[in-house]
Design a protein around this ligand. Structure first.
Ligand code: FVH
Length: 296
């Protein structure tokens, strides 16, 4: 038996909200020495009993850090407040706070001005998925690849780590694009349940199973759209044309009206498809609508 296991890198974590607490538990479970700080100190108590070292100020946490300093705070403004007056010189900062690509780039520049290196991250998971690889959660990273490589082992303890580019804004861009797609999916789910709602004899749980299976099957369409965008040929491999879908949309809207359901979650997207068909591109697939949103 190998009794000489490699010591785990120390991690410093600022922010013990729902997500920060889940991250902390994952690092403790993986055997990483963990130093924690939170604005409201009471939240650190349970983690201290589980083995984390607590400190009274963010400045103290950063000063004692010999590994990555991970930020998991509410928003970009809270990062400013938490790090106000701390000496970041020579530190490796990993910012997992959700932000815009522009804020991520500014924050990387801000860190560089203070003598620190920064990786930006976007967490594609909810707290119960952290430390549980089987749930499929992951964290996107962008910025200096050498920095990512140096801390990769520690960063992979809470969830899979995916590096998406040296531009520090790219993790946030991927994060927000994925969350935006999720928002559209939730809009569709909301409309679907509204349609089913008035039928009292329908089984909602059985419908949910059908819905999840159908959305899973249809999500593969993203690959076809990507291929069309890459080749700049929006009719390539089209099996469901915009003309066909626009005609089908009339049936969707008529059914919504019959069921007394407000179709406002669907109509903006349907109008986009209609606009592209009216431009003479009814033979295209969904990739044809992407440029309209970018005003190309
Ligand atoms: N929870 C989730 O489902 C999502 C999943 C995807 C990623 N998000 C992002 O993760 C960041 C943290 O989220 P969270 O769930 O931990 O959020 P809260 O539970 O609300 O905790 C917020 C922490 O931020 C601290 N904080 C707020 N303002 C300040 C400030 N001005 N100075 C210092 N710290 C601040 C707060 O401290 P306290 O209220 O306990 O004193 C918490 O530690 C977030 O970007 C999500 O978008 C989570």
């Amino acid at each position: 038996m190998d009794t000489h296991s490699t010591p785990k890198a120390p991690v410093t974590l600022l922010g013990l909200g729902d997500m920060g607490t889940a991250l902390a538990r994952a690092w403790l479970a993986a055997g990483h020495p963990l130093t924690i700080w939170n604005r409201t100190p009471e939240k650190a108590g349970p983690l201290a009993r589980e083995g984390a070292r607590t400190v009274a100020t963010a400045a103290e946490a950063v000063a004692s850090a010999t590994g990555p300093v991970v930020l998991c705070l509410l928003d970009d403004a809270s990062v400013d407040e938490a790090l106000d007056g701390t000496d970041l010189n020579g530190k490796d900062v990993v910012n997992l706070t959700t932000n815009t690509p522009a804020h991520a780039r500014q924050r990387a520049h801000w860190a560089e001005e203070r003598g620190a290196r920064l990786l930006d991250g976007g967490i594609m998971a909810v707290p119960p998925m952290i430390g549980r690889p089987e749930t499929g959660g992951y964290i996107l990273y962008s910025g200096d690849h050498a920095l990512f490589a140096r801390h990769r082992a520690a960063l992979e303890a809470p969830a899979g780590a995916k590096f998406v580019g040296e531009d520090p804004g790219h993790a946030a861009l991927h994060d927000i694009a994925l969350l935006s797609a999720m928002t559209g999916m939730f809009a569709g789910i909301t409309h679907a349940f509204a349609l089913m709602g008035p039928e009292k004899d329908l089984d909602q749980a059985r419908f949910a199973t059908l819905l999840a299976e159908w959305l899973g099957a249809m999500s593969g369409a993203a690959h076809g759209i990507a291929a069309q965008l890459s080749s700049d040929n929006f009719t390539e491999g089209v099996t469901s044309s915009l003309a066909m879908m626009t005609a089908a949309n009339d049936t969707l809207l008529a059914t919504a009206q019959d069921q007394s359901v407000d179709a406002r979650l669907l109509t903006p997207y349907m109008e986009l498809m209609h606009q592209r068909v009216a431009q003479g591109h009814g033979d295209e697939g969904l990739a044809g609508t992407v440029g309209l949103l970018r005003n190309e």
